[in-house]
Design a protein around this ligand. Structure first.
Ligand code: FAD
Length: 367
């Protein structure tokens, strides 16, 4: 009999298992995939760490989380500075003085502020009724048309006029010549890939891959004193209150044998509506790779249906109401702990999921 059965070898499950194991608890970790790491998994192709489930850049403002994750790996100095490609015109992201200079030829922050203010006023929107109006009221028409509209519509599969304004609460606008996407103090990519972190966390812990909890749910539930469940919460309850919806992604990965450097940057967003993908990732640039080949991945947002890989929860009123019902059931469980992005129906960055797992550990072990 195990103390804990951990369902899911992603970050949440791995942190929990590591901490429980450290406290002398006997754990078994199962995952239905053929690898550990969940969505942070990197696969090595041609000596390049390929981010199999989308670009993953670790960033946090918390020294405690940064120190925690650095126990398991050394991080490189990668700084995320994506570029937007709008019909062949290239702009720096996030929106900053480099972007404004390219768009309007403005040189000083005051000139840029004036330009944005003029466009906001010209649009005359006081109460934004949808995402388009919200974005224009925040940053004006030019940035919206060239850098937000096409990307957002592809991301959500709907016109920006039909998307709720709350999706964009604010848009980071920076009046310095600084292309660093994140404002956080700490940022980087683990040297050796994310897999190495998870491997270290799970060292000395029994792990079974290609095992789906639902194939033998009752048996698994009785294999341990307690279960830490990081799969989809609606599936755990057999969809009793309905299906929680997601937005999905498809990744097309190509090995380019004839070029060592395809696009000169790790992440390029395609912000026009015609290009079917939202971005191209060139993985070697996350690690400053010098291989003579390169690997790129096109990222296509797609509709999700049950059975597809769930990526982004659709946290609208309808789904949030359904989730609340499942959460009430989960809260009454004595032997199952629900954690991670799928079991709490919430988008988490990596540092947040580590933080959530450590909070759960403290609660569980009364610390
Ligand atoms: P997961 O990694 O999904 O782990 C859950 C595991 O449970 C999976 O391995 C799954 O196979 C397993 N499982 C599910 N059901 C079952 C079952 N029935 N039986 C057995 N096993 C099961 N975060 C950042 O900080 N920076 C980024 O740049 C970043 N980029 C991202 C890009 C994309 C496209 C996406 C989608 C996410 C990104 N994230 C990023 C977020 C990051 O991926 C998550 O924070 C993290 O993966 C969450 O870990 P988790 O353990 O909650 O979930």
């Amino acid at each position: 009999m195990y103390d804990y059965l951990v369902v899911g070898a992603g970050l949440f499950g791995a942190v929990f298992a590591y901490e429980a194991n450290k406290r002398g608890k006997k754990c078994l970790v199962i995952d239905k995939r053929d690898h550990i790491g969940g969505n942070v998994y990197t696969e090595e192709i041609e000596g390049i760490h390929v981010h199999k489930y989308g670009a993953h850049i670790f960033h946090t403002n918390s020294k405690a989380i940064w120190d925690y994750v650095n126990q398991f790996a050394e991080f490189n100095r990668f700084t995320n500075s994506p570029i937007a490609n709008y019909k062949g015109e290239l702009y720096n992201l996030p929106f900053n003085m480099n972007t404004f200079n390219k768009l309007w030829g403005v040189v000083t922050p005051d000139e840029a502020k004036l330009k944005i203010e003029e466009q906001r006023q010209a649009a005359g929107i006081t109460e934004p009724r949808n995402l388009e109006e919200q974005a224009i009221s925040l940053v004006g028409t030019d940035i919206y048309e060239k850098l937000i509209k096409g990307y957002t519509e592809k991301q959500w599969g709907r016109s920006a006029k039909d998307l709720p304004s709350f999706i964009i609460k604010r848009l980071p606008v920076r009046f310095t010549y600084d292309n660093n996407y994140f404002n956080d103090r700490y940022q980087g990519i683990p040297i050796g890939g994310y897999g190495a972190i998870i491997e270290k966390m799970l060292e000395g812990i029994e792990v079974k891959l290609n095992v789906d909890f639902f194939d033998r749910k009752e048996e698994w539930l009785h294999s341990a004193q307690k279960v830490v469940y990081t799969g989809m919460i609606d599936q755990y309850y057999d969809y009793a209150y309905g299906v929680l919806e997601y937005r999905s992604l498809q990744f097309e990965t190509k090995v380019l044998h004839d070029t060592a450097n395809y696009q000169g940057n790790a992440v390029i967003n395609y912000t026009d509506p015609e290009t079917p993908y939202t971005r191209i990732i060139e993985h070697k640039h996350f690690d400053f790779g010098t291989q003579d080949k390169t690997v790129i991945t096109e990222e296509y947002p797609t509709e999700w249906k049950p059975g597809d890989e769930p990526y982004y929860p659709i946290n609208d009123d309808k789904n949030n109401e359904i989730y609340k019902k499942y959460k009430a059931l989960a809260d009454s469980e004595q032997r199952t702990i629900f954690g991670g992005r799928l079991a709490t129906y919430k988008y988490y960055d990596m540092h947040q999921v580590i933080g959530a797992a450590l909070t759960e550990v403290n609660r569980e072990f009364g610390e």
